[in-house]
Design a protein around this ligand. Structure first.
Ligand code: 5GP
Length: 181
């Protein structure tokens, strides 16, 4: 498999999706993996585009059948990367980007040591709190849960090959593009 697998991790609310959206404008051939999740869709999210929304049973079957490249439990839901599509793209020489949390990034490091791991970090803790509260998609309890996890994730940024500070979306996206080329 080629060295074209890039993982973007970082705390919930740091702006991974916005940075990826910008980066992909510059790299139309890069393929962004669509994960499976047991989380319910947020308003406006589309099955097969944002995620494949599956039941607990379906997710358990995917694990049992070794259909996931990596998976993790995050804030009470399970998330995983479907193995087949990612491996097919890589075999075709198409760069693949995964947007996943830190436990998943560690699994990718083990199964695909050549993968490039990138961590997106907020310029300040207050930005994370403000973004999570501002998007209005989680309850206060869920926000607190995500912030607790974020603290642990920020501590693990040293594990990554590169750390990008999301002080400006276009600038951060441009930096990510460099790692995808
Ligand atoms: P959200 O519920 O906000 O969409 O995602 C919660 C967290 O799960 C985010 O940090 C996101 O990057 C991560 N995530 C999304 N898909 C996957 C996946 O396939 N595997 C892993 N390990 N994490 C994922």
């Amino acid at each position: 498999m080629s060295a074209h697998l890039v993982v973007l991790s970082g705390p919930s609310g740091v702006g991974k999706s916005s940075v990826i959206r910008e980066a992909l404008k510059e790299l139309p051939t890069t393929w962004l993996s669509v994960s499976a999740t047991t989380r319910a869709p947020r308003p406006g999210e589309v099955h097969g585009e944002n995620y494949f929304y599956v039941s607990q049973e379906e997710f358990t079957d995917m694990i049992a059948n070794d259909e996931l490249l990596e998976w993790a439990e995050f804030a009470g839901n399970r998330y995983g990367t479907p193995r087949k599509s990612a491996e097919e793209k890589l075999a075709q020489g198409i760069p693949v980007l995964l947007e996943i949390e830190v436990q998943g990034a560690r699994q990718v490091r083990e199964s695909m040591p050549e993968a490039v791991l990138v961590f997106l970090e907020p310029p300040a803790w207050a930005d994370l709190e403000a973004r999570l509260a501002g998007r209005g998609t989680e309850t206060a309890t869920q926000i607190q849960e995500r912030l607790d996890v974020a603290l642990k994730e920020l501590e693990s940024s040293g594990f990554f090959d590169h750390v990008i500070v999301n002080d400006d979306v276009s600038r951060a996206a441009h930096e990510l593009v460099q790692y995808l080329q």
